[in-house]
Design a binder for this molecule. Structure first.
Ligand code: PMP
Length: 456
């Protein structure tokens, strides 16, 4: 085992970390965390400290750490055939089996799955597919994509544009012109406190209609949204939101991309977030939960309607000019097959309903009355606490106050990892699906203590 200070030095000298304050890290002002192991809902760092990971990495290690079933499937695949491509109709037993398992779990009108590596490249694929779709249909002007402020869809050029968080645009010359944003379905953050939930949904519809009218419906190809806003604050949609939005999209022949990178394969307590909220998407993005992050793999699931046009396109123009070397990588596919089987065998989705609900109940018992806790929310195995400066009149903190990071730090010192969401005043939880009630108790009491301490 390498010496800690040697690793520290190499890290700061060589490693360009994502989503990191680069200068502070290089100067040694932020800790260099080295994670060495994991089991169940716990990870362990190089100093032997065990932490309850109540965010499952980046809400991706859904079945929990240390699953030998998946590790063995990966090893067996690597021994047998570590790699072969999936171009020109080629496949492996793992990739073909996984495609079948994905379509079996997707909503009924879904037809085929294209495999990528991560959520960002899958959404990149989705945008290209919508452009191709409209070109085949002879509508070359119908290309723009509507996304929501606070949505998260990746950090590439087009996907970083879809992401509705300023941090991901700033100094990168984003968003690109083909992407336009509309209001987030974030009832707690409504401008007018007197607005009912139903009126707020209508307001989202009105703003969407106005945007479509301004841009011209003939210029808009698609609308992308997470069934539950994730990185933008872990916000389940208000009642009736998706029905109302879908009616508008249908009216203007705008296709719906459901970004299920977080919600796919059980996190909401249903197999897919789309079915949970009655969405009828034309394309579904999947990633994280597909393999529980045991290997990188993502997917774009396309509906019958989209598929038929793609087929028509290749009949007219030849093979589709889209593919990655690592599309349907056999090791990712083997991990996916073992992972989806494990979710079924262990009834983990049911646990998301019962233990996820219990976690929110316990957070409410700990903090429901706290003067700086404005909202406790979630669905399935997702929860968030939003902090406010004053509950009465819902006065928000200046994001610079960074109360979320302060609470997250206090929580980590009590042995639990939660995530300070990028806006600064929200603490998020997305534990592995195998969380037990005892572990939910640990999260809730540690969070209660950390919050009371920060605001004391
Ligand atoms: N979509 C959603 C909803 C996500 O949460 C994420 C990642 N957090 C992505 C897309 C991008 O996935 P990746 O980081 O694997 O590119």
């Amino acid at each position: 085992m390498m010496k800690n200070d040697q690793l520290d030095q190499w890290d700061r000298e060589n490693f360009f970390h994502p989503s990191t304050h680069l200068a502070k890290h290089a100067r040694g002002e932020t800790p260099a965390r080295v994670v060495t192991g994991g089991s169940g809902v716990y990870i362990e760092d190089r100093d032997g400290t065990k932490l309850l990971d109540a965010f499952a990495g980046l809400y991706c290690v859904n079945v929990g750490y240390g699953r030998t079933e998946i590790a063995d499937a990966i090893a067996a695949q690597a021994h047998e055939l570590a790699y072969y491509h999936s171009y020109v109709g080629t496949g492996t037993e793992a990739s073909i089996t996984l495609a079948k398992m994905v379509i079996d779990r997707a909503p009924a009108n879904m037809s085929k799955v294209y495999f990528g590596l991560g959520g960002s490249d899958a959404n990149e694929t989705n945008v290209k597919l919508l452009w191709y779709y409209n070109n085949v249909l002879g509508r070359p002007e119908k290309k723009k994509i509507i996304s929501r402020w606070r949505g998260y869809h990746g950090s590439g050029l087009v996907t970083g544009s879809l992401t509705g968080l300023e941090l991901f645009h700033k100094k990168f010359d984003l968003p690109l012109a083909q992407v336009v944003h509309t209001q987030a379905p974030y009832y707690f953050r409504r401008d007018d406190l007197d607005m009912s939930e139903a009126d707020f949904v209508q307001d989202c519809v009105d703003k969407l209609q106005a945007l479509i009218a301004r841009e011209g419906p003939d210029t808009i190809a698609g609308f992308i949204g997470e069934p539950v806003l994730g990185t933008g604050g872990i916000v389940p949609p208000p009642q009736g939101y998706w029905d109302a939005i879908q009616a508008v999209l249908k009216e203007h022949d705008i296709l719906l991309i459901a970004d299920e990178v977080v919600t796919g394969f059980g996190r909401t307590g249903s197999m897919m977030g789309s079915t949970h909220y009655g969405m009828e998407p034309d394309i579904i993005t999947i990633a994280k939960g597909l393999t529980s992050a045991y290997a990188p793999l993502s997917g774009s699931i396309v509906s019958d309607k989209v598929w038929r046009v793609l087929e028509q396109g290749t009949d007219e123009f030849g093979p589709i000019g889209h593919g990655w070397t690592y599309s349907a990588h056999p090791i990712g596919a083997a991990a996916g097959v073992a992972n989806l089987k494990l979710i079924d065998d262990l009834n983990l989705i049911e646990n998301n309903v019962s233990t996820g609900g219990y976690l929110r109940q316990r957070l409410n018992e700990e903090l429901g009355d706290h003067p700086n806790v404005g909202d406790i929310r979630g669905v399935g195995m997702l929860a968030a606490i939003e902090f406010v400066e004053k509950k009465d009149g819902r006065q928000f903190f200046d994001p610079k106050t960074a109360v979320g990071p302060a609470v997250a730090t206090g929580l980590a010192s009590r042995g639990v990892i939660g995530r300070a969401m990028p806006q600064g005043d929200i603490l998020g939880f997305a534990p592995p699906f195998c969380l037990s009630k005892d572990e939910a108790d640990i999260i809730a009491s540690a969070t209660g203590a950390a919050v009371r301490d920060v605001f004391a």
